[in-house]
Design a protein around this ligand. Structure first.
Ligand SMILES: CC(C)(COP(=O)(O)OP(=O)(O)OC[C@H]1O[C@@H](n2cnc3c(N)ncnc32)[C@H](O)[C@@H]1OP(=O)(O)O)[C@@H](O)C(=O)NCCC(=O)NCCS
Length: 191
């Protein structure tokens, strides 16, 4: 089955989505829409199957990264003030289609959007506060751990701050470029 990525639309049915993580599912059902359509604090992209059902989602917002969070070698090439990045705030894939490349498809679409942000107004890469169980997943896509302490989550497991630098993208990047026109056309409709 083919999957496509486009921007979330107001009438998308989000109620039946189950990633297996209750926090992520609650966010998607309750907050992804209002954050995008009412508050404009984050935009969600969905992977949809041929029948139009939502297979996965990624929520994004612009952010910035302090230079001291980066490895010393990277730091030398950048200014000493925070630099713009794209934040992957949430990522989830429905349990019925896990392990079929939807998470990777969404991440690669995020890289296309980060490159577009870089072209339009500046972006050095993508950051994510990864759940401990997802660190290996992000690592496979080239994310590296940042030299920083991630956000406080009380007694829950600490997330791991990770970063993928656009400038470090190699072979996989040509894949993204090929997908860009697809993402453009699919995400072109604003609600
Ligand atoms: C993590 C998640 C997004 C992965 O989505 P997915 O569609 O199953 O991932 P893919 O099929 O694209 O997997 C890509 C690769 O990562 C691997 N992978 C997937 N999940 C992994 C995990 N938790 N740990 C290690 N590797 C993982 C796959 O085996 C695959 O490897 P391969 O390319 O060698 O075959 C999904 O499992 C999920 O929604 N989890 C619950 C919510 C969550 O933890 N989100 C992340 C929040 S930070």
């Amino acid at each position: 089955m083919a999957f496509k990525v486009r921007r979330l639309e107001a009438d998308d049915d989000r109620s039946g989505f189950r990633s297996g993580n209750v926090d992520i599912d609650r966010f998607f059902a309750r907050y992804a829409g209002q954050n995008q359509f009412r508050h404009h604090i984050g935009t969600t992209y969905v992977a949809i199957d041929e029948a139009g059902a939502i297979a996965g989602f990624a929520t994004l917002s612009p952010s910035e990264l302090a230079p001291e969070a980066m490895a010393v070698s990277k730091r030398k090439r950048l200014p000493k003030y925070p630099v713009p990045v794209l934040r992957l705030a949430r990522l989830g894939v429905d349990e019925r289609v896990k392990g079929r490349g939807i998470g990777s498809l969404l991440l690669r679409s995020v890289l296309v959007l980060a490159q577009r942000m870089a072209d339009d107004f500046g972006c050095v890469g993508v950051v994510v506060d990864a759940k401990p169980e997802a660190v290996a997943f992000y690592g496979k896509l080239g994310f590296v751990q940042l030299d920083t302490v991630a956000g406080e989550l009380g007694d829950r497991p600490q997330p791991v701050a990770m970063f993928l630098e656009l400038g470090a993208l190699g072979v996989g990047w040509s894949w993204c470029e090929r997908q860009e026109s697809n993402l453009h056309s699919l995400s072109g409709t604003r609600t």
